[in-house]
Each structure stands twice: as structure tokens, then as C-alpha cells.
Design a binder for this molecule. Structure first.
Ligand SMILES: O=C(O)CCC(=O)C(=O)O
Ligand SMILES: [Fe+2]
Length: 349
């Protein structure tokens, strides 16, 4: 099927398994690792059992869909109630499933976390990074097409040890139709361009829109290829934190892309947020994998913050923005005091 890309080119994307590359099965680990190293992404077919995909979606349908509880959202980092698109699919993706309140959303949370922490995932993510053990640092749940802007995950979070030591997975919970705003990657972009730094005119607090434009310009300049693999229910695409990726806008009606994404770091690495600060996170363990929480809704204190944020979204957003600007300003002062160039936080791999 033909799709218009964010850089206004037209590409053909596969809409069946037969139309796509074969990629790898969960036991072809060394071939998958070699492909990932070369291409900056890899697809593993059938990594999630179909029954588990169904259980996650059933948990969403019974616990989340009808709920009026504000939940933290991926697009704007605000606590919002559910929003649905014209076809009734969740339009504001959930940020950090591991932070959801167990009392209300326990089945969805348990099944989703089971999927992204299962033993085969732990083994694969470690092998892809080339270390012994990974931890889960971030998750998201999508249903409606999102049209996510092109980016490198590193801009938002990465390893404080070295950029590029973070791997993420997009877990298809259904056979994803080509019209449903397919997830895409730019193969080899983890090596072909340098890291686009979250600093100076591109900093998150004041220059996020400029950053988004700059990524598109870079894609055009380097004539990057865009690849949107066919993902059947249970298939997973893994990519590197330096690989440029995003998702297309919908090109049809009545189609969804139920999915989870999960981001992993080597267990011993601190998380570097916005190329600017080390963000310590509260850790819990699921299936033997360490899982980081940021806004654990099982804690009364965080539910109070949620209450304030949801009922006074304006002042909360302003306070958050000011705090963010102060953080980047402080970073700038620290660097100029140390005589370091803007953005030169850590050497890239
Ligand atoms: O699926 C999407 O729209 C974007 C997901 C993404 O960029 C991520 O999880 O890092
Ligand atoms: Fe991303």
C-alpha cells in the first residue's frame, strides 16, 4: 500500500506477512543481533503469545475504556481522562503502564507488564545491547493512529553511560493494518547521522518544535529510507535509541494499532533524561526484571499530585514548563562554568 511520508515522499508498505521481509523468530538471536547492529532495528515475529495480546486488550476494554480516572498521557505528559477518535479508539496514548493504579487497572497492568518483561524479552533486549541484564524504564499503550513526529529516543531518554545503549520495542497486540498509522524506522540512521542534541536552539523547554523540524530536514538531506514493517499480533520491532523513527498519520478509517512500547536500559546504567540530567527512578521487579516507576499511582502522594494536575491543568502545565526551563538554564550555566559546548553532555558511541 502506498503511504505519504512526513518528508512528502511516497513509499510502498507491506500489508501482509508475505509482502514483507521474513525477519526473525525468537530463537534466531544471533542473526537478530547482527541485523540490529547493522540496521538499527530488528523485527521478531511471534514474540508475544496471542492469548496474552488478547488478555492485555481485554484488560484495556474492561478497566480503562469506561474509566473516568485521569491518566498520564504520552503526547503532553498531562493527566487526562480518555479521549477517543471518531472510530472510538483511544486517542491519548497512556504513558507508563507500570505507574497505573492497581486497584482500578490491575488486570491491564499485570498482563501488559507480563508481556514486556517476559523471559524471552529479557534475553533478547540484553543480547541486542550486548550486556547481561536489562531493566524496563518506560512504557506506552496506543490504540488509535498517533502520527508521532520523527525523533531519536535519545533526545528524551537514554543511558547515562553512553548514548545508544537504550533499546525499545513496539509490541503489536493485533495485526496492524497498513492504513492505521504504521510505525516506521529509518534503517541505519543510528550510525549515519550524529546524535541530535537536546540543547541550545533544540532544547526541549524552548526548542521542541525546531527540533522536530530539524529531524525532518536531516531525513531529507540524508535521503533516509523509511521502512514500516508488517506487524502481526505478537510481533515486535526493536530499535536503537539513536535510530530515527515515528509513526504515519492514519490513511483510512476504522483501523486501530493496539500496541505497547517499552524502553530498556542495561540494569546498571542510570537514565539520562533530555541529554541533561540523571533521573533516578523508584524500582520494582516484575518477572525478575527491574522496572522503573516515575509516578506510581499506588502511592497516595502521587494520586494527590494527579488530582491537582487533572483539576488545574493550566497552572500545572505552566509550573512544569517553568521547571523544565529552569533545568535547561541550570544545565547551560553548569556547562559554561565548565567550559563545555552546549549539548556536549556525553560522547556518543
Ligand atoms: O508508535 C508511535 O507512534 C511512537 C512510539 C515511539 O516513538 C516510542 O515508543 O518511542
Ligand atoms: Fe520513540
Amino acid at each position: 500500500m502506498q503511504v505519504i511520508t512526513p518528508i512528502d515522499t511516497t513509499i510502498d508498505i507491506p500489508n501482509t506477512l508475505a509482502e514483507d521481509r521474513a525477519y526473525f523468530t525468537p530463537d534466531q538471536v544471533s542473526d537478530a543481533v547482527a541485523y540490529y547492529g547493522r540496521e538499527g532495528y530488528v523485527v521478531i515475529r511471534g514474540l508475544l503469545p496471542s492469548g496474552l495480546c488478547d488478555a492485555i486488550r481485554a484488560g484495556y476494554n474492561t478497566e480503562i475504556r469506561q474509566s473516568c480516572t485521569p491518566i498520564l498521557r504520552q503526547k503532553n505528559m498531562r493527566y487526562e481522562i480518555n479521549k477517543f477518535d471518531a472510530d472510538g479508539f483511544l486517542a491519548n496514548p497512556i504513558f507508563n503502564v507500570q505507574d497505573l493504579e492497581s486497584r482500578r487497572f490491575g488486570n491491564f497492568k499485570r498482563h501488559a507488564l507480563q508481556g514486556v518483561t517476559q523471559e524471552r524479552v529479557a534475553a533478547l533486549t540484553s543480547a541486542l545491547i550486548g550486556i547481561n541484564r536489562t531493566k524496563l524504564i518506560q512504557t506506552m499503550f496506543f490504540e488509535a493512529p498517533a502520527g508521532t513526529w520523527a525523533h531519536q529516543d535519545s533526545y528524551y531518554q537514554d543511558s547515562a553511560v553512553a548514548l545508544g545503549r537504550c533499546v525499545a520495542g513496539w509490541y503489536a497486540l493485533e495485526d496492524v493494518d497498513a492504513r492505521a498509522g504504521r510505525f516506521y524506522v529509518c534503517p541505519r540512521s543510528h550510525r549515519s547521522i550524529s546524535v541530535m542534541r537536546n540543547a541550545g536552539e533544540w532544547d526541549f523547554a524552548t526548542g521542541h518544535d525546531r527540533y522536530r523540524q530539524a529531524v525532518l530536514e536531516t531525513m531529507r538531506k540524508h535521503e533516509m529510507e523509511l521502512r514500516a514493517p508488517y506487524l502481526a499480533k505478537g510481533d515486535v520491532i526493536f530499535w536503537n535509541s539513536l535510530t530515527v523513527h515515528g509513526s504515519f498519520t492514519a490513511s483510512g478509517r476504522g483501523v486501530s494499532r493496539a500496541s505497547l512500547t517499552a524502553h530498556y536500559l542495561p540494569e546498571e546504567d542510570d537514565m539520562l533524561q533530555f541529554h541533561t540530567r540523571i533521573r533516578h527512578q523508584k524500582m520494582t521487579t516484575v518477572n525478575g526484571m527491574p522496572v522503573a516507576q516515575l509516578h506510581d499511582q499506588d502511592m497516595m502522594r502521587n494520586r494527590l499530585v494527579r488530582g491537582i494536575a487533572a483539576h488545574a491543568p493550566g497552572p500545572y502545565a505552566v509550573a512544569r514548563k517553568l521547571a523544565m526551563q529552569a533545568m535547561f538554564l541550570a544545565g547551560r550555566f553548569r556547562r559554561s562554568a565548565a567550559g563545555v559546548q552546549a549539548g556536549a553532555v556525553l560522547p556518543a558511541k
